[in-house]
Design a protein around this ligand. Structure first.
Ligand code: NAD
Length: 495
């Protein structure tokens, strides 16, 4: 008797399903109730591996893969993760170029570093089993996968987030469906294809990560509602995080930030200025953790500004700042404006000005310069929209304060309760502790650029998904596991 490829696929699925059901120890058993997925051949994959025309097919394919993923060992998972890391380092230049060309955000050189960072994401080495023994026996706590994760990625770090999330989530034993930001869909599809191929080259299954070719709010909604998705992870702005939290599913939300910097009179000012400009101007400021506004004690403000200029910042006057406001911000339309109040208007950012090179803003407002600056600095009041809005542009507003307490108070307000990231430059441990406690952010960096918060020249951990609102913090493979307790009550002990 001859079988078609489709029939063979279905038979294999049935065999795998029964093998899993008959294995009482298998963690996949719980998911079989929703395992009625079509065979992969019925799905409309594009000409790229893991990229599907319909979200339902992307979900089914990742779900099918998950059903057998438990058969792979931790060593296998690490091999897949290593393949992603190698691919990232091999293709970092190409990916950086493709991201800049498609999104028109940030700059090529910094994106290369971002890919190097993504390749440093922890794999299985961060997962461990803990145990407790006592008079009544032994208890093991193991880190099990969630299942199929639905992950949404931002336009500001599109490929970096897919690499970082894929490494963490696969190391933890999950498969992943991505809903990429529509303005980065081509480079994301390219990457999903390449990741699937390199994983298969080292003996892994197909469709370990998938995505929909034309991502949209509708496809995101479909992903959030699907019973085959066990966990939602959203990296993006506040609208996305709110939408995921309303889904009724377990959701990890990595939302917006507006990281303030406080500089007090004890800071080593030349170093503070250098660090602030290095962090702020990275990738034209489109990364969520980067310095967005500075509060500096008046006594050292002039020295800080002079040192910033020496490190590539371009200082603009009040009149030029007003012109810049008109260039990069616009009034909210509609009857219920939500932006930042300024001069009797409610303002929000013009998306077309996010993440451009600093000199382009200067050109537009008619300011001449001798060499291309890294960023623009200006002096403003606390209520200025450049302080209040998350600009994601190389424009750094500076607010003078009378003393450190005023600086801390205003910085806490400017962070808007995002609980994301804050920086301080100070040699006074009491001031540092006071600010760290008051601002209560997920990442707090002292006497270094913000990038130290995600492992650049520091002992911190790299991630492109910093879960402030939902509290998981800097996400790693550990974040994407479920704690499962195995309890043995027979007095087994070796002491
Ligand atoms: P964005 O919120 O516009 O888009 C992110 C994703 O969410 C996209 O796929 C988009 O289609 C979707 N989306 C947007 N609004 C939505 C809504 N109302 N409902 C459902 N889905 C929605 O964000 P972006 O411009 O791509 O990225 C920049 C933002 O992301 C900034 O606010 C930045 O701070 C934040 N961000 C946070 C982290 C973090 O780790 N916390 C990392 C990167 C970016």
């Amino acid at each position: 008797m001859k079988y078609t490829e489709q029939e063979i696929e279905k038979i294999v699925q049935e065999v795998v399903k029964h093998a899993i059901l008959n294995d009482g120890n298998n963690a996949l058993k719980q998911d079989i109730s929703v395992a009625e997925t079509p065979a992969n051949n019925d799905m409309q994959m594009c000409d790229q591996e893991g990229v599907f025309n319909k979200m339902s097919d992307a979900i089914d394919a990742a779900h099918n893969t998950y059903l057998t993923f438990g058969n792979y060992s931790m060593k296998d998972r690490q091999r897949f993760v290593d393949a992603i890391k190698r691919l990232t380092l091999d293709e970092k230049h190409k990916l950086a170029r493709m991201v800049v060309d498609e999104t028109n955000l940030g700059n090529y050189e910094d994106k290369i570093l971002k890919h190097e960072l993504a390749a440093m994401t922890y794999g299985t080495e961060i997962l461990y089993t803990s145990s407790k023994t006592g008079d009544t026996g032994l208890s093991l706590i193991e880190m099990a996968p969630f299942g199929v994760i639905g992950a949404t990625t931002p336009v500001t770090n599109p490929t970096e987030t897919i690499i970082n999330n894929s490494i963490s989530m696969i190391a933890a034993g999950n498969t992943v469906v991505f809903n990429a930001h529509p303005s980065s869909k081509n480079v994301c599809a390219y990457l999903v294809d390449r990741i699937n191929k390199v994983i298969q080259e080292v003996g892994g299954p197909a469709n370990i990560i998938t995505m929909v070719r034309e991502p949209s709010m509708e496809s995101l909604n479909e992903m959030s509602q699907s019973p085959k998705i066990n966990l939602l992870v959203g990296t993006g702005g506040p609208g996305l995080v709110r939408a995921l939290l309303k889904s009724g599913k377990k959701a990890i939300g990595a939302g917006a930030g507006n990281p303030p910097v406080v500089v007090d009179e004890t800071a080593i000012i030349p170093k503070a200025a250098k660090d602030i400009i290095a962090g702020h101007s990275f990738d034209n400021n489109i990364v969520c953790i980067l310095e967005k506004e500075v509060f500096v004690v008046d006594r050292v403000a002039n020295e800080l500004i002079e040192n910033m200029k020496q490190n590539g910042a371009f200082y603009i006057t009040k009149e030029q700042t007003d012109k810049l406001v008109d260039l990069v911000l616009e009034a909210d339309s509609g009857t219920n404006p939500t932006g930042c109040s300024f001069q009797n208007r409610k303002l929000h950012i013009k998306k077309q000005w996010v993440g451009k090179d600093a000199y382009k803003y200067l050109e537009q407002i008619g300011v001449t310069f001798s060499s291309k600056p890294k960023c623009i600095i200006c002096e403003v009041d606390f209520n200025h929209p450049f302080v209040q809005l998350e600009l994601l542009m190389p424009i750094l507003p500076i607010v003078r304060v009378q003393n450190v307490d005023e600086g801390i108070n205003l910085a806490v307000k400017a962070e808007h309760g995002n609980r994301h990231t804050a920086m301080m430059h100070s040699q006074n441990i009491s001031n540092i502790s006071k600010f760290a406690k008051a601002i209560n952010t997920t990442i707090f960096v002292k006497n270094a650029p913000s990038l130290a918060g995600i492992g650049v020249n520091s002992e911190s951990v790299i991630s492109f998904t910093i879960a402030g609102p939902t509290g998981e913090g800097i996400t790693t493979a550990k974040t994407f596991t479920r704690a499962r307790h195995c309890v043995l009550v027979d007095g087994f002990r070796i002491i």
